[in-house]
Design a protein around this ligand. Structure first.
Ligand code: DAH
Length: 346
């Protein structure tokens, strides 16, 4: 049996390199490993091997099988490469540029973010940034969000492991690290660093424990706005939103503030927009985000005197605005990087 196995391996080793076509390969393989093949016959012979020799024989058979299969793989790879070359034709010049790919362009979310930034820049806002890994204090406590608020729940917010050490994100106490669930955190980081008056927007990525569907993603983008000065009123808030909406959606667009609640603003509003310029969505109220007057407790947590300073804040979804502007009905398109989608925004 041992000799038989050696002979089979030798036969495969010497024959396989000479086989050029797939059909010949399959026919040869059948003579070795097919139902009536030589190797199959040896394996069937195992049942007549005395019990005490079985383990050693089994090992030899396995070894032979592995060797034979390695030759098969090598041969098949060579045949496939030849087939592919035949299909493509001999005259390939791999240094030529690829025929269909045009120049790249900005992602629609980047385009939307830049349009939004541009609108706010024109009226004196600067861009501020904060980390995507945050601490509970910056995301909740400093923003006047009570200990038992549902947003703090592990069902809504992504918490880092308790022993995570992230040295470049400052902590206040021994609170936990999280992935920020909104860009409102940047209000706090900016106010701690700078003295009022200030006027910032903060675009960036946020994370929620959401199941993905057409309108939800565990990871999306927001733009926060914050204005702090003396004697800021709701009139100022409404004016900036009127201006912004007209910049993005065109003349004739309107803003509606609907009373609502957010821990960090008082009073708080949902921000709705209506415009005649939107095809199917024309002249309907569409929600863009939230806003309100900065809650005195937020000023206290950053050491600003609420008697002296006042301000407004707002937060909007960047995907949401891009979807409205372009008539996109599924948020998942933004993250699939399918060129057929992206090229529409080139
Ligand atoms: N942070 C809120 C959210 O993610 C949005 C928001 C609402 C931001 C009101 C604000 C605001 O600045 O004043 O849902």
């Amino acid at each position: 049996m041992k000799e038989e196995l050696a002979a089979i391996v030798l036969e495969v080793e010497s024959t396989a390199p000479g086989i050029a076509r797939r059909a010949d390969f399959e026919a040869f393989k059948a003579t070795i490993s097919g139902p009536n093949g030589k190797l199959t016959a040896v394996m069937k012979g195992m049942k007549n091997v005395p019990k005490e020799d079985k383990p050693a024989m089994g090992q030899l058979i396995n070894q032979a099988k592995q060797q034979v299969e390695a030759y098969y793989a090598e041969t098949l790879e060579r045949i496939e490469a030849t087939e592919l070359a035949a299909k493509l034709g001999p005259a390939i010049d791999p240094t030529l540029p690829s025929p269909d790919i045009g120049p790249g362009s900005l992602h629609p979310l980047t385009q939307t973010r830049r349009r939004m930034e541009e609108a706010f820049r024109k009226v004196g806002f600067t861009v501020a940034e904060g980390p995507e890994v945050e601490t509970e204090w910056f995301c909740f406590d400093a923003l006047n969000t009570p200990e038992d608020h549902p947003a703090r729940d592990a069902q809504d917010t992504l918490f880092m492991p308790a022993d995570a050490a992230i040295e470049n994100v400052s902590k206040r106490g021994d609170e936990r690290y999280i992935l920020r669930s909104h860009t409102s955190t940047v209000q706090i980081r900016t106010m701690l660093k700078e003295k009022p008056p200030l006027r910032i927007i903060s675009p960036g990525r946020v994370f929620r424990r959401d199941t993905t569907d057409a309108t939800h993603s565990a990871n999306f983008h927001q733009m926060e706005g914050l204005y702090v000065d003396k004697n800021v009123t709701i009139v100022d808030l409404k004016a900036i939103l009127d201006y912004f909406v007209a910049e993005i959606f065109g003349k004739g667009s309107e803003v509606r503030l609907r009373p609502s609640f957010f821990p960090f603003t008082e009073p708080s509003f949902e921000l709705d927009m209506k415009t005649p310029n939107l095809g199917k969505l024309s002249n309907q109220w569409i929600e863009l985000g939230g806003c309100g007057m900065v809650d005195p407790n937020v000023f206290k947590s950053v050491g600003y005197d609420p008697q002296e300073w006042s301000g407004y804040a707002f937060g909007m979804g960047i995907e949401r605005i891009a979807m409205i502007v372009h008539g996109i009905d599924d948020i998942r398109y933004f993250y699939q990087n399918d060129l057929r989608f992206l090229q529409q925004f080139a």
